[in-house]
Design a protein around this ligand. Structure first.
Ligand SMILES: [Mn+2]
Length: 330
């Protein structure tokens, strides 16, 4: 696990000499990935650096309200080919970026801005702060450092990054600083009820049906301290859902009283793999567990992929959880 690496000043130094950049984040973006990328893109554009977003489609419908405030927000292939710099946000490993970005990287200088402790430092310049609640928090700091104005549209994107990565200011990464940044964003014109309605009160019916399928497979282990839900490829097919519709399902088992480790397994047949999503409470380090299977993330939220089908994944994850965390009573 890496400690604090790099500075916002080093990132700004890189931006001094460029005219045209691309901003991206991890594929299948969440609120922090999209919010921080859109906020940074807008502020760069407003401050004399032409910037476009790439590689973030498809994004979940609930974040659509953040997109389309500016003409030409999204970049075409030609832009990617002629840009000076690629800023990669909220992306713990470069292979988590989308495929067209992986292609473009060959000729672009990469600036890596992230808060995942498991970050692989893939950039020419790396600014990694694992104690930041979100990449949105880091982009706010970058803006302050640069003296950029944060307007209401930018503030709304950054608020979305903060609320989604702090569990609506409920996780242990909700620091005094997060609340100070939140207060500043409110002063910049954020309407929290708009974000709440779009992000948390806009679930599609098929997503509720998908949750129903996942809960039908709810299983408790370790005397109720581990709760697991799962979805098969057929569940997704029959309900017309994709992995984007399953982003919040891991939050269902974690709500059960006494559960310390919540696990969500779902089949991604196109890759012949099962995705594992893990949420924990202290002292269980989710990213360290997922690293056993080649994944990564944060202390309390992490993920990995396991070759095979749902049964293979169950047979890998449940005994390993027992062995690592529950074999001697703690
Ligand atoms: Mn994040």
């Amino acid at each position: 696990m890496s400690d604090n690496i790099g500075t916002p000043e080093a990132v700004l130094q890189e931006l001094l000499t460029v005219k045209k950049v691309v901003v991206t984040a991890h594929a299948r973006p969440d609120g922090d990935a999209l919010g921080s990328a859109l906020a940074l893109r807008r502020m760069l554009d407003q401050n004399g650096i032409a910037a476009r977003i790439a590689g973030l489609e498809p994004y979940p419908v609930r974040f659509r309200f953040l997109i389309g405030h500016d003409k030409n927000e999204m970049c075409g292939d030609q832009w990617l080919e002629t840009a000076d710099l690629l800023l990669v946000l909220d992306c713990g490993a470069f292979d988590r970026a989308s495929s067209n970005i992986l292609e473009a990287e060959r000729h672009l200088r990469v600036i890596n801005i992230d808060h995942h402790g498991s970050n692989t430092e893939f950039g020419a310049v790396n600014w990694i702060n694992p104690s930041a609640s979100s990449t949105g928090e880091m982009i706010w700091k970058l803006a302050k450092c640069a003296g950029w104005t944060i307007d209401a549209v930018t503030a709304t994107a950054l608020w979305t990054a903060l609320v989604t990565d702090t569990g609506r200011f409920g996780f242990e990464n909700t620091t005094p600083e997060v609340m100070q940044i939140g207060a500043n964003l409110l002063e910049c014109g954020v309407h929290p009820e708009v974000i709440e309605r779009n992000v948390y009160q806009s679930i599609e019916l098929k997503e509720i049906r998908l949750s129903e399928r996942a809960l039908s497979r709810l299983a408790l282990h370790e005397g109720g301290r581990v709760a697991l839900v799962a979805l098969t490829h057929d569940d997704f097919l029959e309900l017309g859902c994709t992995a984007e519709n399953a982003q919040d399902i891991v939050n269902l088992p974690r709500q059960i009283a006494g559960v310390e480790v919540a696990v969500f397994l779902y089949e991604l047949p196109e890759h012949g793999k099962v995705k594992v999503s893990l949420r924990t409470i202290a002292p269980f380090h989710a990213a360290e567990f997922c690293a056993i299977f080649g994944g990564g993330g944060h202390a309390r939220a992490a993920g990995c992929s396991i070759e095979g089908d749902l049964n293979d994944a169950l047979n890998a994850v449940i005994p390993t959880l027992h062995e690592r965390w529950f074999s001697s009573s703690r």
